[in-house]
Design a protein around this ligand. Structure first.
Ligand SMILES: Cc1cc2nc3c(=O)[nH]c(=O)nc-3n(C[C@H](O)[C@H](O)[C@H](O)COP(=O)(O)O)c2cc1C
Length: 186
């Protein structure tokens, strides 16, 4: 049987397998994508998050954040985002381009209800994320549902780069083409 990375459809399947694994397995590479936004000064911003949702049928991924985090203001001002995953074992880079939307309040109450106390304590601390403090101890964690946000990323493009034993293979899949892929020069 041909290796998955030699076929477009199998490569696309592999992307969604990796994303699904990121939700289930805290050690999977897709557990911790880097999420890039446009900063308020127009420069790029990038940080690690925990992947919390991946829905192939909807073409959507999700992560959780603090409403007071800089990334929320950035996304509200400029909703185009990119996510990056590198699976060293499978030699596969996955790049996602998306339009993000910040959901808060009643819309995410059911998700909040399912979080552990430890998880909730990430949302609501004072002072707000990024505020200068004299010492790390000057920050107190707290749990405030009004500070909890789910960021949904509606994907429009998925790009892969596989570093194969024989050659590198790069592919692009777009929502516009109903996720039909095309090979690109690596
Ligand atoms: C392994 C790891 C996982 C993280 N997961 C999240 C997350 O799910 N959501 C989040 O908002 N920040 C998460 N962070 C913290 C962010 O990387 C970042 O430092 C913080 O959210 C502030 O980013 P901002 O100022 O760009 O909003 C994580 C950091 C690490 C190292």
């Amino acid at each position: 049987m041909a290796e998955w990375f030699t076929e477009l459809a199998a490569t696309f399947d592999e992307v969604w397998r990796e994303l699904a694994q990121g939700i289930e397995d805290r050690h999977a590479p897709a557990r911790h994508p880097a999420v890039a936004t446009v900063g308020r000064d127009g420069g790029g911003e990038v940080r690690t998050v925990v992947l919390r949702g991946a829905d192939r049928a909807a073409g959507r991924v999700e992560f959780h954040t603090d409403v007071a985090a800089a990334k929320v203001a950035e996304i509200r001002a400029a909703p185009r985002v990119a996510l990056l995953i590198w699976n060293a074992r499978d030699r596969l880079q996955i790049r996602l381009r998306a339009t993000a939307e910040v959901h808060t309040g009643a819309a995410v109450a059911a998700i909040w209800a399912e979080l552990s106390e430890a998880e909730r304590a990430n949302y609501g601390g004072a002072p707000a994320p990024g505020t200068p403090v004299t010492a790390p101890e000057d920050h107190a964690a707290a749990s405030d549902p009004r500070r909890f946000a789910v960021v949904g990323c509606a994907l429009d493009e998925i790009e892969t780069l596989h570093l194969g034993p024989d050659r590198h293979r790069r592919a692009r899949f777009t929502a516009d083409a109903r996720w039909r892929g095309t090979w690109l020069a690596p």
